[in-house]
Design a protein around this ligand. Structure first.
Ligand SMILES: Nc1ncnc2c1ncn2[C@@H]1O[C@H](COP(=O)(O)OP(=O)(O)O)[C@@H](O)[C@H]1O
Ligand SMILES: [Mg+2]
Length: 342
């Protein structure tokens, strides 16, 4: 018997791109727009070929995205697991395709439910990068919109607005925040319905070139789906983003401070936890976003405090002390209900 022929090639021959480091990038291309679906561009593998999956994942930069998410996002255990699961499915799908096992392109429209500041937009950006690297999105950028970007005020304005947004999002991921505001129960003639209908068509007919993610509170999204079964039936993946625990919020705070070149003094961390427990019970708490706001306020108070000193050193400049937080309105007994309180 002759020796088995070596595999034709390890991966799909796509160039590895430098890892996506910032998460704030939105409307930029993450990859090259080669104008074609990578799978269609390559010849089939012989049925005795062997594909090295680990090499392929490395080559496509999939592991890099998953590792970044693991390291840069605190908590979100379930969300990370779902992301890894989906990545596995899509990698295997690509390989099956290369062997000529005909698979329909999976439906990738998703719904992300959770309170504000739980990481939905951040994960959507990572998802877009992942889908780009796997060849499911040719650009892999994220366009984030709300009702106002899609729906006009006057007759005839909605369709062009919605189409313009869709045009911008083509090849990437369209993230519709608080998607349920598109539908007004009390008003049958609301222009939102027109936008929904255009979106439904595009979600069906341009599945190859656009992934739609609907985001918002779980209960309102449920109501929205009940009134819009067409939309519900087009969403294949539901991912829930739970509120963060005080411990997770503290670690997020540590991480955000470090990114900005600050560190909590040990006593500050204790006060920060007290702060979080109080803040969580107050209106307009927004999880990790409230943590980011709190740190911004702490920087302001720290700067004001340092200016009172005659001299500063490196440690002074980097350190956030308990007093930098204790000035917050969150610690005042009778805060009124208006405005920012972080
Ligand atoms: N798990 C996390 N670890 C670190 N930072 C996070 C995490 N979740 C959210 N953030 C940060 O909190 C802010 C709000 O997150 P975002 O994704 O916009 O939330 P949402 O879209 O759910 O409102 C962003 O600055 C983001 O970087
Ligand atoms: Mg958001």
């Amino acid at each position: 018997m002759s020796a088995p022929t070596p595999p034709a090639r390890l991966g799909f021959g796509m160039n590895q791109r430098s890892p996506q480091s910032t998460i704030e990038r939105t409307e930029q291309d993450n990859g090259q727009d080669n104008g074609q679906h990578p799978a269609g561009a390559e010849s089939l593998l012989p049925s005795d070929a062997v594909v090295d999956l680990a090499a392929l994942r490395g080559e496509l930069g999939i592991d890099q995205v998953l590792t970044d998410v693991e390291q840069e996002l605190v908590g979100l255990r379930q969300v990370k697991a779902r992301l890894a699961e989906l990545a596995a499915l899509l990698v295997v799908d690509r390989v099956r395709e290369r062997f000529g096992v005909r698979t329909q392109r999976p439906n990738l429209h998703m719904c992300f439910t959770g309170s504000p500041g739980t990481g939905k937009t951040t994960v959507a950006m990572r998802m877009a990068v992942l889908l780009n690297r796997l060849g499911y999105l040719r650009r892999g950028h994220l366009v984030s919109v709300t009702r106002d970007d899609l729906v006009g005020q006057y007759v005839g304005h909605t369709a062009p607005k919605t189409r313009e947004v869709i045009k911008r999002a083509m090849g990437g991921l369209l993230f519709i925040d608080e998607a349920y505001y598109l539908y007004r129960v009390d008003n049958e003639r609301d222009y939102g319905q027109e936008s929904i209908e255009i979106l439904l068509q595009v979600m069906e007919n341009h599945r190859d070139d656009l992934v739609v993610v609907l985001a918002g509170y779980a209960d309102r999204m449920d109501t929205f789906f009940r009134s819009n079964p067409g939309m519900a039936s087009r969403i294949a993946h539901h991912i829930d983003f739970p509120d963060y625990s005080v411990d997770e919020l503290t670690r997020i705070g540590d991480m955000m401070a470090a990114e900005l070149g600050y560190a909590f003094a040990e006593e500050t961390r204790v006060v920060f936890q007290d702060y979080l427990r109080l803040r969580r019970a107050q209106p307009r708490f927004a999880n990790a976003r409230s943590v980011r706001n709190a740190i911004e306020r702490m920087r302001l108070r720290q700067a004001a405090r340092l200016l009172e000193q005659k001299t500063v050193d490196y440690t002074d400049l980097r350190t956030l002390l308990p007093v930098d937080l204790q000035g917050s309105r969150v610690f005042q007994a009778d805060v009124d209900d208006s405005g920012d309180r972080d």
